[in-house]
Unconditional design. Structure first.
Length: 425
């Protein structure tokens, strides 16, 4: 059982979460539609509905982009506004794919789609090359800790499948990406409209020696993406059945946010600093010997300690940082401007607490990557470096080290709206 769970969660055949990004009309929705259609992942009635919708719009061929553009405004304007999620599977792998908007005013939607992704597909129009939105989306991908990027140079059919066009875009992109912490980048020339190099290799580009997009997605290795060194277990719920059969049962349920927890390990409980040993690790399918990142488990300890939601298990000699003054990159998502002195609810792992914004250090020009020191207002879709102070200590790691313990969201106290997403530095 343990080997099966490990394979499903951490092997290169496990679930892959990905999102698409690109400028308006670069073909993001069409690419997803083509991927679903050519991999036989849509039903006949769905395809018939697409045919009818395309005919009613006066289009000559089936518009595969309508598979993901579900909102009426999206269909009417021919643009993507909201994040659309689609699930599909091949014999080799399962996928959750998010189609994110290309417009700058929907940057916050892209941040939502990329927050849980393993991989980004950044689409570039072969006729236009690297543009402002390409740079913006690459920066956000890097900020959000997405470790794998596939750059799809789309609409190769409109540039006669020329190798020099593809190579020029590759050189320009690599020059820009060198300024960021982007390490794993692949480049694939495609035509989403005609299906070239999407599911099957195209015979129209014999100069391209790489794989088709689907093969690359099926074989990308993500097992090393999770932090398996620094043990982190935020307690979500304390299980006390209070029944005759389980009269003395006390388990701590949650999801492993980092490291590997094993039966018999000594752990430290934060914030108390008390130590205990793991007596057992339970799952829905029974007891296991070790728990890996991403697994939802219940941990039982040797000692009967006062532990509640929001506490964290770690190793005595490998603990997260603990502080109340925290510096982070913040993506602002609300129509109201971010103001110094503003009070917000902060959500971090399983903790909800209050915080105050101490300072806006600078705003980031997400096209040039330059700091803007003389403009410290964050408006909707802006990204800046800020400091906050929390009402009680937070247990955290840098976002680069662990996305689960290094990410926060800010919530408006009066409306309960999510208004910001932060990456702790």
């Amino acid at each position: 059982m343990k080997d099966k769970i490990t394979h499903e969660l951490h092997g290169n055949r496990g679930l892959l979460r990905l999102f698409t990004a690109g400028s308006v009309d670069d073909g993001k929705s069409t690419l997803i539609g083509r991927l679903l259609y050519d991999s036989k992942s849509i039903f006949d009635d769905q395809f018939e509905a697409l045919q009818r919708s395309s005919e009613s719009r006066g289009e000559e061929r089936v518009n595969l982009a309508l598979l993901t553009d579900g909102l009426r405004a999206e269909r009417e304007q021919g643009i993507t506004i909201d994040v659309a999620y689609r699930y599909f599977a091949t014999p080799k792998r399962k996928f959750i794919i998010a189609d994110t908007p290309g417009h700058i005013q929907y940057t916050r939607n892209m941040i939502t789609g990329s927050s849980t992704a393993n991989l980004a597909i950044i689409i570039v129009d072969a006729r236009k090359g690297i543009g402002e939105q390409t740079c913006r989306h690459t920066l956000i991908t890097s900020l959000m800790g997405v470790r794998h990027i596939i750059v799809c140079v789309n609409k190769m059919d409109l540039v006669d499948y020329k190798e020099e066009v593809f190579e020029k875009i590759r050189e320009d992109y690599e020059s820009f990406a060198a300024k960021l912490e982007v390490t794993d980048v692949q480049f694939i020339p495609i035509s989403a409209l005609t299906g070239d190099n999407v599911v099957d290799k195209s015979i129209k580009m014999p100069w391209y020696k790489g794989s088709a997009l689907l093969y690359a997605l099926e074989n990308i290795h993500i097992s090393s993406d999770e932090n398996q060194i620094d043990c982190r277990f935020p307690v979500q719920y304390v299980i006390r059945p209070q029944s005759d059969k389980y009269h003395d049962y006390r388990g701590y349920a949650g999801k492993v946010a980092g490291g590997i927890f094993r039966k018999g390990d000594t752990i430290v409980i934060l914030p108390s600093g008390l130590q205990s040993k793991i007596r057992a690790i339970n799952t829905y399918n029974g007891e296991i010997e070790e728990a890996l990142p991403g697994m939802s488990v219940t941990i039982l300890l040797d000692d009967d300690l006062d532990i509640s939601r929001g506490d964290m298990f770690a190793r005595p000699h490998n603990q997260p940082r603990i502080a109340q003054d925290i510096e982070m990159m913040l993506c602002w998502m609300n129509e109201k401007k971010l103001t110094v002195g503003g009070r917000y609810i902060l959500k971090h792992t399983t903790q909800d607490l209050q915080c105050i914004l101490k300072d806006i250090l600078y705003k980031l020009d997400i096209t040039t990557l330059h700091r803007i020191d003389d403009d410290k207002e964050l408006k909707m879709n802006d990204i800046g470096r800020v400091t906050i102070r929390t009402t009680k200590p937070l247990f955290f790691d840098a976002y680069r080290k662990n996305r689960h313990t290094g990410g926060i969201i800010l919530i408006d106290e009066s409306t309960n709206e999510t208004i910001g997403a932060g990456m702790i530095l």
